[in-house]
Design a binder for this molecule. Structure first.
Ligand code: PEP
Ligand code: MG
Length: 596
């Protein structure tokens, strides 16, 4: 039984990671499917029971196959979850209840199973035990598989990705993404999320094009559909005609050409024509990215997100593993520095055994430094690993989501305790290690003058600063149109931090996604920022623009934008300014991006 196929249909989403790719859709089975509810004739009851049992067998076979195929030892320890799913498929109640409902109520298998699930769900709801409550998610996952088999909807499994596919899912957690064989992933499409959801950031850091927030993508697209994904504009074409494919591929060739041109600037210094030296660094999530930094001309790592070390596993990384990872990082980067951020868990990234997932409002919950200050044992292990690695190269520690002075003092107190311990044990570390605070909450920006006395540097995280200042959930596609980096409030928050840095003589960097957009960099430089950390692939285009520009003109541009009172006026002004100032290639390839 097939589902309706779309032809040459353009869906629109949010440009989450640049690049244009064409490939077959690989549907990740996370979405709820719409279920047909039909009464059936008495004579067809047994046929329906058989159809249900076949779907169960099929599901069982698929899960066993997935389990057998897991070869990667990194992923293998997740296999236990597949056993749980197989056990659910063997569950007497699930099968017997559904079969009985088909027979008694004379309804189709989908409807009958749905009724069973409603009953089971109510039972789960009443359970207090957190572990058993978790199993409710597993039940949903397994039932989605049965439904898909009943409906004959093609679905595949993450670990089975082969060829050159575009992964389509309702949502992808960073853990999902890491379980895939990324060599076979040409692109990502998600129903939810936005430009700064962590999956989007991961996609950018891996150089994989992505479109997020295509609201119905996973329901409308079938596994195997041919897709063209345009990560520059956020467009997605399903089963394109030859003519449409041709025009997209032409654009792709043009963009590739521009990227190659920009790459010529990668090894040159990031310096304006009037001699202002800017530091362009990379935001990094995985060690695998390090070799590419040289290609893109990064002068070190301005933000190493350590969460990936903790995700997708049952245990936590111990001190030794962390030490080895950070040590390799600083050694590989030599002579450039590495700014390593302590764990930023919570928000949209969770550790399996910690319950922040249950928070109603995780972005404002036990996230980042708050988590570390609560779970000090986990925090201390990380700090020990970091301090030990600091003996081998230039390492700076960055604390995320600082909301005020107490937090920074508490974090420093824990660090001091770890330092003393290492000293006592005569374990070497850099005694002058620099400590920084991420400025990504409005309260931190407003009190930056006070925070500046406590730290050696600031790094502004605009992804969160925008989220918290404008009250726009960064992963909610419904409000992404309000996510405005050039909102006058954001520019004022940034200016405040830069001023505090200047007054107290500490450097201020910016490591949010704003730093990857040449037009924004122009304004930010005019505000006084001279250190930018971004996804590595964006460095050449920013460098190219900097080398063509003058600091004085960026200052004038920054002054001008402060006279406008809305983000769209500022956006329009900057766009026009850039088009006149850098006519040709740059604007052609980024015009749409600027509009978003
Ligand atoms: C930010 O918030 O801007 C940032 C760089 O951190 P993350 O995106 O990891 O929250
Ligand atoms: Mg952040």
């Amino acid at each position: 039984m097939g589902v309706q196929q779309l032809t040459n249909k353009i869906l629109h989403g949010i440009a989450a990671s640049p690049g244009i790719v064409m490939g077959k859709a690989f549907l990740v089975d996370r979405s709820k499917v719409r279920l047909p509810q039909k009464k059936i004739d008495g004579s067809r009851v047994e046929e329906e029971v058989e159809r249900f049992q076949k779907a169960i067998q099929q599901s069982r076979k698929q899960l066993r196959e997935i389990k057998e195929r897991i070869l990667d030892p990194q992923v293998r320890h997740h296999a236990f979850i597949l056993d749980v799913h197989l056990m659910i498929l063997d569950d007497e109640m699930l099968i017997r209840d559904t079969v009985e409902t088909i027979r008694k109520k004379k309804v189709n298998a989908e409807w009958a199973l749905d009724l069973t699930l409603e009953r089971l769900d109510a039972a789960f709801h009443a359970i207090e035990d957190e572990y058993l409550k978790e199993r409710r998610n597993d039940l949903q996952y397994v039932s989605a598989r049965i439904f898909r088999n009943l409906l004959g909807k093609k679905h595949d499994d993450i670990t089975r990705i082969k060829g050159n596919v575009i992964v389509v899912a309702r949502d992808l957690s960073p853990a999902d993404t890491l379980q895939m064989n990324l060599n076979h992933v040409a692109g990502f499409v998600t129903d939810v999320g936005g430009k700064v959801s962590h999956t989007a950031i991961l996609a950018r850091s891996l150089g994989i094009p992505a479109v997020a927030g295509v609201e119905m993508a996973s329901s409308l697209i079938n596994g195997g559909d041919l897709l063209i994904l345009d990560g520059e504009t956020g467009d997605l074409v399903v089963n394109p005609t030859e003519e449409v494919s041709f025009s997209f591929l032409e654009r792709k060739r043009r963009i590739k050409f521009l990227e190659r041109e920009a790459l010529k600037y990668a090894s040159l210094p990031a310096e304006t024509r009037d001699g202002i030296r800017i530091r362009l660094q990379a935001n990094v999530e995985m060690m695998e990215e390090i070799p590419s930094l040289k290609v893109f001309g990064a002068e070190g790592v301005g933000l190493y997100r350590t969460e990936i070390l903790y995700l997708n596993r049952e245990d936590l990384p111990d001190e030794e593993e962390q030490y080895r990872t950070y040590r390799r990082l600083v050694e590989d980067l030599h002579p450039f520095p590495a700014t390593i951020r302590t764990l930023d868990i919570g928000g949209d990234k969770f550790l399996p055994n910690y319950l922040s997932e249950k928070e109603v409002n995780p972005a404002m919950g036990l996230r980042a430094i708050r988590f570390s200050l609560k779970e000090t044992d986990i925090f201390k292990i990380q700090l020990k690993g970091l301090l030990r690695a600091s003996a081998h190269g230039k390492l700076r520690i960055l604390f995320p989501l600082i909301s005020g002075i107490e937090e920074i003092r508490q974090a420093k107190a824990v660090l001091e305790e770890v330092r003393k311990g290492l000293k006592r044990a005569k374990i070497p570390f850099d005694p002058k290690i620099e400590i920084g605070a991420m400025i990504e909450i409005p309260s931190a920006s407003i009190t930056a003058d006070m925070l500046a006395r406590e730290v050696d540097f600031f790094s502004i995280g605009t992804n969160d600063l925008i989220q918290y200042a404008l009250a726009i959930d960064r992963v909610n596609e419904h409000v992404s149109y309000l996510y405005e980096p050039l909102h006058p409030a954001i520019l004022r928050f940034i200016r405040n931090v830069v001023k505090a840095g200047e007054q107290h003589g500490i450097p201020v960097a910016i490591c949010g996604e704003m730093a990857a957009e040449p037009a924004y960099v122009m304004i930010l430089m005019g505000l006084g920022l001279q250190e930018f950390s971004m996804n590595p692939a964006s460095i050449p285009k920013v460098k190219k623009m900097l080398r063509m520009s003058r600091f004085e003109e960026s200052r004038a541009l920054a002054d001008r934008v402060f006279q406008f009172s809305t983000a769209s006026e500022i956006e329009r002004h900057v766009r026009t300014w850039m088009a006149e100032r850098f006519p040709g290639d740059y604007v052609q390839s980024h015009r749409k991006e600027l509009r978003t």
